[in-house]
Design a protein around this ligand. Sequence first.
Ligand code: ASP
Length: 342
Amino acid sequence: MNRLTSTLFLAPALMGVSLMTQAQTPDAEPDAPIAIAIHGGAGTISKGDFPEEMERDLRNMLEKAVRAGYQVLQDEGSSLDAVTLAVTLLEDSPYFNAGKGAVFNAEGNNELDASIMEGAGLEAGAVSAVHNIRNPILLARKVMTDSVHVMLMGEGAEQFARDKGITFEDDAYFFTEYRWQQLQKARAADDGQTTFLSETPDRWFSTVGAVALDSAGNLAAATSTGGMTNKRWGRVGDSSIIGAGTYADNRSCAVSATGHGEYFIRATVARDICARVQFTGMRLEQAADEVINQQLVKMGGSGGIIAVDPAGNIALTFNTPGMYRASIDSVGRVTVAIYREE
Ligand code: ASP
């Protein structure tokens, strides 16, 4: 039943008419909230840093992805399907650091990390350091549904992908001039150690992620990334680590993170936010604020998160000047934003 029909269905009860058989069916319950949020990375970016046309494209892309995910929820699809679809669309865009638009590592390759989790049964799947996978989030989901494992990495994950008929693309598909130039900049600034994107003038993480609450009350979270520019090969960030970059538990919240992964891993950011909500009864926004704006800042980590709880409350929290983000909340309000103030 969609939201409109369920409202109509409730109408007799609202008018004081007693309809016992209808009132006893689960369908007669008030509309269950649905909500979705997505991100396309957090970082240092100011208005005017890129051409107007590109900014418009970015916003359109965010809106398209969040609306697509929301449609799944409106059609009574699962939060897992909603986050999978939203992340897949962002992976297919050249603008974000995931799938097609992934950054290059120090060897000049694209090495991809992704993870997904659902909050009802705490099932999760993740892939790390995989190559040539068009949509790493689909592979992570396959690990969750079709294997007895939670995380597969490198060649083993790629073999599993072939076995499961996952789509591969050649290197040319993942080449974008913009990301290549970012690598050259990072190389030029390299002090002999690996210089990450966060330490170059181009301080921007553009990992993608989604969190959602479906009408059955289930939460899900998904995150996908190319990692950080000029990372050592084999480096794994937070995005594929359950509890760091991704977490979902119906008893607390669903979280997807973006930022300097080394900090997010050590702060177990996603799980920490959920644990605060679950064990202290703290509001989602406060928990996110404590972890991102206090805990992480103290450690020196930059980035942000998106999160949603079982009531449909959404947190879009970041300690950087901006975060590509979009959401549709439980009353259907659409937000698309990049900068802190807008
Ligand atoms: N968190 C990602 C990583 O460290 C980077 C990002 O968010 O863009 O791999």
